[in-house]
Design a protein around this ligand. Structure first.
Ligand SMILES: C[S@@+](CC[C@H](N)C(=O)[O-])C[C@H]1O[C@@H](n2cnc3c(N)ncnc32)[C@H](O)[C@@H]1O
Length: 269
């Protein structure tokens, strides 16, 4: 018996990144440019992304639709032989509600492929000019959210994750910021820097770096209720900067002349 070849994808679930069209992958760009239909989460994918590709595709915003309305639209277009892109903000694997879409496509016998995108936390770190894993300081990144209408399982409650004092990227939390701050303060020092990142890469982007004890106050003062990411990290305190307060000399072993490894067996001092 010859093994069956997998069918080519009929639907591409594509990550759009946070908003800058230049952060689309080449693959995403190619698929968007050649798609017949693009279903996109208009609450989080800015219009500038679709404008930038100059596509002639039918575009279907989905923010006001239920999954039960979206799926027949996708399946119908696939059955008409059209190429379908389902565009999600950031990377689809994070809070993208793609699990149930993928399950429904499998059930309908429709092959799909997921194309990754840049998540909001990666753009935040880039804009802040910070490595979230600074040797000797912090080596773990936690991506999480706070319980809202979607319940976070009890072992993952923010208060227990905060105990690691890692670089913690907190999604979907602006509406619950007081509760988030309270949970974080159980473990992080009150002066731990927090980057409040509002609509990164959108035309009205704003960024503040404040001590943890001011996280809620600044969020409320600026009236941030959505599309806000918080990065709580000791690494923000050692951001590379000029002047006397800069010049933190922590470094990894990777390019250290005192350290040898497979690709640099002898120290080249
Ligand atoms: C439904 S989740 C989608 C996350 C997305 N899949 C990602 O990888 O970035 C929406 C949340 O992601 C964060 N987010 C997404 N895009 C953002 C942006 N451009 N600026 C700041 N935060 C963003 C916010 O916390 C927002 O509430």
């Amino acid at each position: 018996m010859t093994p069956t070849q997998p069918l080519p994808p009929a639907v591409y679930i594509v990550g759009a990144g946070p908003g800058d069209p230049e952060l689309l992958t080449l693959k995403a760009l190619r698929l968007l440019a050649s798609a017949d239909v693009i279903l996109y989460a208009d609450s989080l994918v800015p219009a500038q992304i679709l404008e930038s590709i100059g596509s002639q595709a039918e575009t279907i915003p989905t923010a006001n639709k239920t999954l039960e309305q979206i799926l027949p639209l996708m399946i119908d277009r696939v059955r008409q032989g059209q190429s379908v892109v389902r565009l999600h903000s950031g990377d689809p694997c994070l809070y993208g509600a793609v699990h149930e879409q993928m399950q429904a496509l499998v059930t309908a016998g429709i092959p799909f492929e997921v194309v990754p995108g840049i998540s909001a936390f990666q753009t935040a770190a880039a804009k802040l000019g910070v490595e979230l894993t600074v040797p000797g300081l912090v080596q773990t990144i936690i991506l999480t959210r706070i319980s809202g209408r979607t319940h976070v399982p009890e072992p993952e409650e923010l208060a227990s994750l905060a105990a690691h004092k890692a670089s913690l990227c907190l999604y979907l939390a602006a509406r619950h910021v007081e509760r988030a701050q309270e949970a974080l303060l159980l473990h992080y020092d009150r002066d731990t820097p927090v980057a409040i990142c509002y609509r990164l890469d959108w035309p009205d982007e704003q960024l503040w770096v404040v001590p943890l004890h001011q996280m809620a106050e600044v969020t409320r003062r600026e009236d941030l209720i959505r599309t806000t990411l918080y990065v709580i990290s000791p690494a923000l305190a050692v951001r590379p900067q000029a002047g006397e307060s800069g010049g933190d000399d922590r470094r990894s072993q990777l390019y250290n002349p005192t350290h040898s490894h497979l690709f640099r067996p002898r120290a080249q001092v």
